[in-house]
Design a protein around this ligand. Structure first.
Ligand code: DX5
Ligand code: ZN
Length: 220
């Protein structure tokens, strides 16, 4: 039986109602909470940082999956661990010493992930695919929720999936951006094991049902 995970991104949530919305995600069977951290420098948008995450930590026991869209991520890794993140994913484009950054994350005792923008080739992360616990394929330009899935990234998902199959089979393959009920099946077919979804959960009237639907299709 498949065990693909759904990781709702709270980027599209109603921040004033987060305790209620997180309970609704839990009811729907959400596996992780995806946290989009943006600095207005690496990406043209600003969201939240460690203090916000630390207060969210009191609301749920679900694993926190932090996606750092920030420059100089190395300087903040400890703060994100202290705040309660369980997976920390960094961008290849923002981290010149990627190997060291990944080892640092792992030394903190949390899971390390690596990601890349749609225009960045797989070669940029290939040398660290044996080192990580998670590889994340961005299927939109990072920075905003509610964008359309970039179709040609399916090939990148399949390429990374094949590399992982041989060299790091335990590694999760996460996909982030434009995931919906309509395309989630083909994304899973390409090899994804963790599906991030913002708009296709929080844009629906019934958040619990939206998570259930995505999870069901991802595991059929
Ligand atoms: C974009 C973020 C995504 C985003 C996904 O920079 O990394 O996690 O919130 O949102 P949707 O599912 O709406 O594309
Ligand atoms: Zn994200």
């Amino acid at each position: 039986m498949k065990k693909n995970k759904i990781a709702p991104s709270i980027l599209s949530a109603d921040f004033a109602n987060l305790p209620k919305q997180i309970r609704e995600l839990e009811k729907g069977g959400a596996d992780w909470i995806h946290l989009d951290v943006m600095d207005g420098h690496f990406v043209p948008n600003i969201t939240f940082g460690p203090p916000f995450i630390a207060s969210l930590r009191k609301l749920t026991k679900l694993p926190f999956d932090a996606h750092l869209m920030i420059s100089n991520a190395d300087a903040y890794l400890g703060k994100f661990v202290e705040a309660g993140c369980n997976v920390i994913t960094v961008h290849a484009e923002a981290c010149p010493h990627l190997y060291r950054t990944i080892q640092t994350i792992k030394k903190y005792g949390v899971k390390a992930g690596v990601t890349l923008n749609p225009a960045t080739p797989v070669a940029m992360i290939e040398e660290v695919l044996t080192e990580v616990d998670l590889a994340l394929v961005m299927t939109v330009e990072p920075g905003f929720g509610g964008q359309e899935f970039i179709e040609n990234q399916l090939l990148k998902i399949a390429t990374i999936s094949e590399i992982l199959q041989y060299h790091n089979p335990e590694c999760e393959l996460e996909v982030d951006g434009g995931v919906t009920e309509n395309n989630i099946a083909e994304i899973v077919d390409a090899g994804a094991t963790v599906l991030v979804a913002g708009n296709s959960i929080f844009g629906r009237k019934n958040i619990t049902q939206a998570v259930k639907n995505l999870k069901k299709i991802a595991n059929t």
